[in-house]
Design a protein around this ligand. Structure first.
Ligand SMILES: [Fe+2]
Length: 272
């Protein structure tokens, strides 16, 4: 039987060393690992970064909250913080966020990045996390809509900016693992009718998956963490209720597995 793509583990009582071993073991197979019940001995963000670095060095590139441009901030975490005056971006808004990959339009040498979420504060209601793995998407498409499945696996789609970003079929296989790359809003225009059709058809397909309960949905609680392979799952969130700044507060950071580290170092050196 295939290993599960997502695991949830009650990890209370484990120290940093035990957590590092656990994360390394579990993420060798799983695409998503949720850990509950850990009480870090000090500040939670540096603690979890040091645990996560068992997977590879931390990535110090974060997206500027105002400009949306990447910038290098050593040791940084990015805040996904509700802000009542920022309905211009999913990062700071309370509306649901459709399924996507964080790195869909980043350069190919970031393709293997592993994300870490740490939830500091959950909204009063709502804010559930949504995750689905590439295999579940592929199987459903193959069964329900073979033409869509064919387009997902064969049609190259360009995400990002002209001259930069990533061009790939939405579903692909790399190093023997099924990968998925998707962000509806980052599909570049002007790629022809076939890409336009695929873009709209896949958006509807994913919405139907959520509606039909075919996507894993769970509600993080304060101090929960989730590690996930950004190129093997799509993630999103349901809408939530909040009025005050920071009423819901999620932190995220990334780790680059060793094969990607050299390219990352030269890139951050150039950006710094
Ligand atoms: Fe995201």
């Amino acid at each position: 039987m295939a290993a599960p793509w997502m695991k949830t583990i009650e990890a209370c009582g484990l120290d940093a060393e035990a957590l590092r071993a656990l994360v390394q073991d579990e993420m060798a197979q799983a695409s998503v690992l949720r850990l509950r019940g850990v009480t870090p001995p000090g500040e939670p963000l540096p603690f979890w970064r040091s645990v996560g670095e068992v997977l590879g060095p931390s990535c110090d590139v974060v997206e500027d909250s105002v400009t949306g441009q990447p910038k290098v901030v050593p040791g940084a975490w990015m805040d996904v913080r509700f802000e009542p005056d920022r309905p211009d971006t999913y990062r700071h808004h309370k509306v649901g966020q459709p399924l996507h990959s964080d790195g869909a339009y980043s350069p190919a040498d970031y393709a293997d990045q592993i994300a870490l979420f740490y939830l500091e504060r959950q909204a009063r209601t709502g804010g559930e996390s949504l995750f689905v793995d590439a295999a579940t998407v592929a199987e459903r498409a193959r069964a329900q809509d073979p033409a869509l499945h064919a387009a997902l696996t064969t049609l190259p789609v360009q995400f990002g900016k002209v001259g930069a970003g990533r061009t790939t079929p939405i579903l692909s296989t790399r190093n023997g693992r099924l990968k998925i790359n998707w962000n509806y809003f980052r599909v570049l225009p002007g790629q022809g009718e076939a890409v336009d059709r695929l873009r709209e058809a896949f958006r509807r397909f994913l919405e139907d998956m959520i509606e039909d309960g075919a996507v894993t949905c769970f509600r993080l609680e304060a101090r929960d963490v989730v590690f996930f392979r950004d190129d093997e799952v799509l993630h999103g969130r349901r809408d939530f209720q909040a009025e005050q700044s920071g009423e819901r507060l999620l932190w995220k950071t990334y780790f680059l597995p060793p094969a990607q580290t050299a390219a990352h170092r030269s890139r951050t050196a150039a950006a710094a």
